[in-house]
Design a protein around this ligand. Structure first.
Ligand SMILES: Nc1ncnc2c1ncn2[C@@H]1O[C@H](COP(=O)(O)OP(=O)(O)O)[C@@H](O)[C@H]1O
Ligand SMILES: CC(=O)OP(=O)(O)O
Ligand SMILES: [Mg+2]
Length: 394
């Protein structure tokens, strides 16, 4: 029996669970959200008792401190010595890792090396790793990579149409992200459908502040919308998603920005924030959708990009057995799901608007006769992190 702390730092959030393993009993669960925005929220739940505070949490370092203080103040642990192992989500592992790994100095060096490929994420993940190294120097820590699940993609999916030596010499290829989440929800979907995953063609839509769509055939990722970095694919909270690379020198010339500054705009000042003109957070945008045409436009573009990826992945797998929605937006926004699913009846997606409006845990929202099932599955990257941590930290 051991207490495993699972840490999941996302671009706008930090989620955590203290889990007693291998029983998977959740002793504390919480999150910091809207990191870097006004009115950040900190929530923790211990023994059914919930605490919530609202205040500015400017970055992930402050979020980690908040979490550490709360573990002690709520009494879930009397001291940090009661934590036996820590698992960290790490977003980019390059081609170095196709599985989770015990954290060593060499592993940290590789995470640092790949940081330039995931500037919104790997530095936040490292903040968590360093913080725990300091307070728990003798406790084993495990890194669980977003990229690992996608290492099964065939070269037809991961190679860009670029000179071959760019891949050979510099590792330039599609990596894909949110792998832990796509893996978790696809396995849950197979269970709920009562069909072995080896027999299923699934499209998993992880839609949070970052968003990615994955085609999963026989339990393996065969294609995904994010790329070399988490900037590619669909429109996101602050990220542009796919665009024409010729824009970069053009924008540099017009604005006098450097290439790095332009990429910074694509990562941090684009997406829903740019389209709406006021927020990256979907809740803020939904509030204004009936009164502000730019909020409506942002929502329409957001949903349309995901809709197109679903069509393209269904074509790629010659059909699809289920579409899965997960993460902050996918789990909670019926309006976004409705816009994404609208018009997919031609490929056998018959979804029930009433079920789409329900709230709850894991559920189907398709009509019973629908050839393609539609599921909402709350993701749980933390439990996968805890399982891998237990496996590797023993
Ligand atoms: N109840 C809700 N309704 C609509 N959107 C929501 C709701 N709860 C969270 N979201 C949205 O989910 C997004 C954050 O998703 P999350 O998966 O937590 O992000 P991250 O990428 O940081 O892990 C934000 O855009 C937020 O507005
Ligand atoms: C990879 C990625 O975009 O993660 P998140 O959605 O947590 O920002
Ligand atoms: Mg996330």
């Amino acid at each position: 029996m051991s207490n495993v702390l699972a840490i999941n730092a996302g671009s706008s959030s930090l989620k955590f669970q203290l889990i007693e393993m291998p029983e998977e009993t959740v002793k504390a669960i919480g999150l910091v959200e809207r990191i870097g925005l006004a009115d950040s929220v900190f929530k923790i739940e211990v023994d059914g008792k919930k605490e919530k505070t609202v205040g500015d949490i400017p970055d992930h370092a402050v979020a980690v401190k908040k979490l550490l203080d709360a573990l002690i103040s709520t009494g879930v642990v009397a001291s940090f010595d009661e934590i036996d192992a820590v698992g960290h989500r790490v977003v980019h592992g390059g081609e170095y890792f196709d599985d989770s790994v015990l954290i060593t100095d060499d592993v940290i060096a590789k995470i640092v090396e790949t940081s330039e490929l995931a500037p919104l994420h790997n530095p936040a993940n490292l903040t968590g790793i360093y913080a725990f190294q300091e307070i728990l120097p003798n406790v084993p820590m495990v890194a669980v990579f977003d990229t690992a699940f996608h290492q099964t993609m065939p070269n037809t999916s991961y190679l860009y149409s670029l000179p071959k030596e760019y891949y050979d010499d510099f590792g330039i290829r599609k990596y894909g992200f949110h792998g832990t989440s796509h893996k978790y929800v696809s396995e849950r979907a197979a269970d709920l459908m009562g069909v072995p995953i080896e027999k299923l063609r699934l499209i998993s839509c992880h839609i949070g502040n970052g968003a990615s769509i994955t085609a999963i055939e026989g339990g393996k990722s065969i294609d995904t919308s994010m790329g070399f970095t988490p900037l590619a694919g669909v429109t996101m909270g602050t990220r542009s998603g796919d665009l024409d690379p010729a824009l970069i020198p053009y924008i540099m010339e017009k604005t006098g920005k450097t290439a790095e500054e332009v990429i910074d705009v694509f990562n941090k000042e684009s997406g829903m924030l740019a389209l709406s003109g006021f927020s990256s957070d979907l809740r803020d945008i939904q509030e204004q959708v009936d009164t502000n045409p730019r909020a409506e436009l942002a929502l329409d573009v957001f949903a349309e990009r995901i809709h197109k990826y679903i069509g393209s992945y269904a074509a790629k797998m010659s059909g699809v057995d289920a579409i899965i929605f997960t993460a902050g937006v996918g789990e909670n926004s019926s309006a976004v799901r409705e816009k994404i699913l609208h018009g997919l009846e031609f490929m056998g997606v018959y979804w029930d608007p009433k079920l789409n409006e329900t709230r709850g845990d894991e559920r189907f929202i398709n009509y019973p006769h629908s050839p393609v099932k539609v599921l909402i599955i709350p993701t749980n990257e933390e439990v996968v992190i805890a399982r891998d941590t237990l496996r590797l930290a023993k």
